[in-house]
Each structure stands twice: as C-alpha cells, then as structure tokens.
Design a protein around this ligand. Structure first.
Ligand SMILES: Cc1cc2nc3c(=O)[nH]c(=O)nc-3n(C[C@H](O)[C@H](O)[C@H](O)COP(=O)(O)OP(=O)(O)OC[C@H]3O[C@@H](n4cnc5c(N)ncnc54)[C@H](O)[C@@H]3O)c2cc1C
Length: 410
C-alpha cells in the first residue's frame, strides 16, 4: 500500500505544476501518468522563437518538470491509470494499474542502443528533460510482432536494464485528495474528409508540424509554400464543437513566423475566419509576428492533391469569389477536445462532465468539483494554453493544500 497526501492524475503542464506546488508546501504526491514520461502534449512541441522569444510557453513545461527532480516526497507511476476508487472516511483508496515496465529506470543510461536494435520500432526514448529518464518498450508493438522470440534489445542493452517478461501490476494507494489533470485530445481531422487529411499527401496537423519542428527542423526545407488552415474542429456547431479552442490562432501565427525565420524566402499563408488574439499589447505583437505571413480571410472548402502540390480551394471573403492556390504543405490547426477517456474516469470518480465532455468544475480555474476531495486542473476542464494550465495547476494545488490544512485543524 502506498500512502500519500495527494494523487495527481496526469503529468502534463497542469499536473506538473500542481505536483510542484504541493511538494513545495510539504505534501507528499503520487503522480500517475498514462504514458512513459511526463510533459503531456507540450513535451512534443517546438520552441517557436524567431530572433526573439515569442512566448509560446513550451519551455515552461520543462521548467515545471525539472523542478521536480530529486523531490523526496514525490512518487511517480508511468504507464499507469486509475482502475478503482473507494471513499473511506474522507480519504480515498485507489487501485492504479501499471505496466508492464520492461526497462528499469535505475539502470537505463539512455544510450539508445535498444532503439537501434529493435526491429519492430517498439522502443522509445523520452524527450530530454521529462522524467522518468528511461527508455520504454511498448509491449503491444513488441509482443505482437516478435512473440517471445526476439531478444535484440535485451542483448543490445549494456546495463541489463531490459526485462521483456515484466508483468503488469496493480498498486493500492491511499490518499486524501485527487487532482485530475488528464488533459485534452486534439481534434481528429479525418472527421472532415473535405480537408484531405490521411488522403492527400502534404496535409498534416499542427501537432505533427510541432513534432517535426522539434525533432528535425531542417527536414522542412523542401516546403517552400506552406498554408495553415484555422478552426479545424473548433467553432463548428455541426460537429458539436461550437467553442473556440483559444490556442490555435496563437500557435499557428508563431509556427508561421518560425517557418519564415528559418527560410525568409518561404511563402506562408494562414486561412482564417477571424483571428482570436486579444489582450493588452497582444494585437501589436501579432501584427509584428504576422509580418511576411499572408493572412487570408476565407475557410477552405476543399483540399485536394494536385500533380506535385496540394491545392487549397477557398472562398475569398474580401473579393467574394472562389479561388484555388497551390502549396507544398498544408497544416491543419486542430482544436482542443475532451479526451474520450473522460467518460470512464468521470464514472470511476463520480464526477460530472460538461456538454462537451470536459470535466465540469464548480468554478472555472478554481477546479473544485461536485465531489469533495476531487479537483480538476488544466485542459481536462476545457481548452487553455500552457500558461493557463500551469496557473490552474498551481491554484488548484493551493486550494487542495488549504482543504488538507483545514481538515488537520478540524
Ligand atoms: C497543435 C497544438 C499546438 C499547441 N501549441 C501550444 C503552444 O505553442 N503554446 C501553448 O501555450 N499552448 C499550446 N497548445 C495547448 C497545449 O497543448 C495545452 O495548453 C497543454 O498541453 C495543456 O496541458 P495539460 O496538462 O492540461 O494537458 P496535457 O498536455 O494533455 O497533459 C495531460 C497528461 O495527462 C496524461 N493522461 C491522460 N489521461 C490520463 C489518465 N487517465 N491517467 C493518467 N494520466 C493521464 C497524458 O498522457 C498527459 O501526459 C497547443 C495545442 C495544440 C492542439
């Protein structure tokens, strides 16, 4: 049995910030993360600095992760998720399913030899700076492709860190509060076939562009004409997603500016309905950022394959006619939706969901729910940027700390 003050579900921007704040106040934390490392979605995003910092906030997530290094009141379970909850006199007893964990983090030296040796592509190294610093084996890819016969990674590992026979485990945990920081799901543009995603080569999502830019920005050199398409899966009532995702205009403009900085001769256009960038000084900064980027007011009606390019057909709202333009790469600025797993998690924890299936909170940003002792932070409660997720993580952690303190004195 593991006993901690607070269990934080999800190790993205919000969960890391909540954990850091609680640890700073002397509370013990168990961070439960579904994937093999912390950082959440933003762990795969690129820094969008041009000559100056563009305040995309991506580096803030690594800062939050770094601040947890060596915290002795922190326990972490990766490849883990909640399977059962019981309420016991104001505290909770949880069953957390984990694994199997095939690489021992104490022994892994991140040399990458297992990655090179694996014929199935089942092994990954974590992005630098996001603990735990250990390679991980995807057991589904590994076992499905190699049955029990392949031991290439085991033989390649110089420290004997890999055990392919490792079994899944269930941990029983007792805690006094739970913070749900399980994040969001980007919109899957296959639901809008007219935009060509998955069918037309050269049509990718913004998340895929983020990953390419982070991993190998030089690999984008061949793309001399790049278009962004805004509001893909946002502000679309027909899809049941009438809300604005709040982050897409900002990340698209920043990505566009970075693409132009990397190659000033590159044409970059953004197709938009209307740009959602508000706040003090913000408009001016956007105008500066958007210099050299074509802003085209018109939502594309269709995206199709040309002979050697991608053709964007759109209604030019300023000129009132349909036009078609060729690009090498079309980036769909996908919006933020609720995770499909929210339904099951809400059932386990006895929480309510809002009409868009994000977790319902009593006060947005404050994070309390209808269930005493259970709180929600970050994009699990609705679209927010990294700064917002971090702020919510912190403020929810402070509210939890207050509640635990009150109970201590009660
Ligand atoms: C394409 C794109 C680009 C973006 N670019 C920017 C940008 O440049 N700047 C910016 O400020 N914002 C950006 N955003 C928004 C940014 O992604 C979010 O603000 C941020 O990721 C929210 O952090 P979070 O912790 O709430 O959620 P997440 O990042 O989604 O983290 C949630 C974590 O919880 C884990 N998890 C999920 N379910 C469970 C479970 N059941 N149990 C345990 N763990 C679980 C996940 O694996 C993940 O690690 C972008 C969004 C998109 C879609």
């Amino acid at each position: 049995m593991v006993t901690v003050d607070v269990v934080v579900l999800g190790g993205g921007a919000a969960g890391l910030a909540a954990s850091r704040t609680l640890l700073g106040r002397g509370y013990s934390v168990l961070l439960v993360e579904k994937e093999g490392h912390t950082g959440g979605r933003a762990a795969g995003y690129a820094c969008k600095a041009t000559d100056d910092c563009q305040q995309c906030q991506v580096c803030l997530v690594a800062d939050e992760a770094r601040a947890l290094t060596g915290a002795d009141q922190l326990k972490m379970l990766v490849f883990s998720s909640l399977k059962g909850v019981q309420n016991q006199n104001g505290s909770f007893q949880l069953d957390v399913a984990q694994g199997p964990i095939c690489v021992d983090p104490q022994r892994c030296i991140l040399c990458g030899r297992c990655v090179d040796a694996c014929p199935a592509g089942a092994i990954r190294l974590p992005p630098p700076g996001f603990p735990p610093a250990s390679a991980s084996v995807d057991p589904e890819i590994c076992r499905a492709r190699n049955a029990q016969t392949c031991r290439a990674c085991v033989e390649a590992c110089p420290t004997g860190a890999i055990d392919l026979q490792a079994a899944a485990r269930t941990h029983r945990v007792r805690c006094r509060a739970i913070i749900v920081a399980t994040g969001f799901q980007p919109f899957d543009p296959r639901q809008l076939p007219r935009l060509g995603y998955g069918r037309v080569p050269g049509v990718i999502t913004a998340e895929e562009l983020e990953r390419r830019m982070r991993g190998d920005p030089g690999g984008l050199a061949a793309f001399k004409r790049v278009a962004f398409v805004q509001c893909v899966g946002s502000r679309n009532v027909t899809l049941g997603r009438g809300y604005c995702s709040q982050v897409c205009c900002r990340y698209a403009l920043r990505l566009a500016a970075r693409l132009r900085r990397d190659d000033p001769g590159r044409r970059v256009a953004i197709f938009y309905m209307d740009l959602q960038v508000s706040g003090k000084d913000v408009r001016m900064r956007w105008e500066e950022l958007g210099r050299g980027v074509e802003l085209i007011q018109g939502a594309p009606a269709s995206i199709v394959a040309g002979e050697a390019e991608v053709l964007v057909r759109y209604e030019d709202l300023r000129q009132g006619r349909v036009r078609q333009e060729p690009f090498d790469l079309v980036v769909l600025s996908v919006g933020m939706g609720a995770s499909p797993h929210n339904v099951e998690l809400a059932r386990l924890l006895g929480l309510n969901l809002d009409p868009h299936r994000f977790f319902a909170t009593q006060e947005r940003g404050h994070g309390s729910t209808s269930r005493r002792g259970v709180w929600v932070a970050g994009s699990a409660a609705g679209p927010t940027d990294i700064g917002g997720a971090i702020r919510q993580g912190r403020s929810v952690a402070l509210a939890v700390a207050r509640q635990l303190e009150d109970r201590r004195h009660a």
